[in-house]
Design a binder for this molecule. Sequence first.
Ligand SMILES: Nc1ncnc2c1ncn2[C@@H]1O[C@H](COP(=O)(O)OP(=O)(O)O)[C@@H](O)[C@H]1O
Ligand SMILES: [Mg+2]
Length: 276
Amino acid sequence: MKRFAVSEPYALAPIPTTGPRVIAIANQKGGVGKTTTAINLATALAATEKKILIIDLDPQGNASTGLGLTAAARAQSTYQVLMGDLPAREAMRSSGIGNLWVIPAGVDLAGAELELVAEMGREFRLRMALEGQLDGLDYVLIDCPPALGLLTLNALVAAHAVMVPLQCEFFALEGISHLVKTIERVRRLFNHDLDIQGIVLTMFDRRNNLSDMVAADVRGYFGSKVYNTVIPRNVRISEAPSHGKPVLLYDLKCAGSQAYLHLAGEMIKRERGWAA
Ligand SMILES: Nc1ncnc2c1ncn2[C@@H]1O[C@H](COP(=O)(O)OP(=O)(O)O)[C@@H](O)[C@H]1O
Ligand SMILES: [Mg+2]
């Protein structure tokens, strides 16, 4: 029987560069700050008048909850978009924050991983769903689940680049090597231009020598890919989601908010440098 390679035409066509930059926020480890980074980086970018969309691709829906979206506002979600049942544009909800929209996740997304397995072009569902739907936006941040399954693969295939939040803890580098291999595979097979946008060190604890050692190790390995901005461990960051708010709106002055503002500034500078 002839093998029918449905993915080939997509694999060879680069993602258009005229629309927004699409950035997947990924790390297969849970609790490293992916969602926190998605929400707060998005809010900081939105404050600079950039038009931002967060796509919540985690069945846990933490990004949606953290932005205060009610269950009713989450009825139409990433699941329908991935399944091709709803145009992405119609799934975009206002976050209540100027310039920031979100495609929320509901629990039905948990089933998508299994349902997609049998679908043709299963790695391309998100990329196809976003085609022609992102006009007018500057950045799209995809909040990935803590696994390297089909959902994260869909994000990596749909994105121009990956941002990796990395918690400053022992074994941080070992954990990331699996992700780097996955990124290399995606680059080879599906998305030739996929770039590592940057590594963001999170939950940095100044009182802990280990944080310094891990940060030095990560910088030694990834060099300039590592952001200069480091996100400190900060209790205000962990309090904010229960108020349905980004920490930037919960306590603008706290160290966590200030770090995310810096990160957004550094990101815009980097993006300009790379786009030139
Ligand atoms: N810099 C930080 N300081 C303190 N708590 C943080 C920080 N970043 C994230 N957290 C908290 O740690 C938990 C995991 O973060 P989260 O962003 O949800 O990780 P992930 O999306 O990678 O699973 C959350 O409760 C969050 O509020
Ligand atoms: Mg998360």
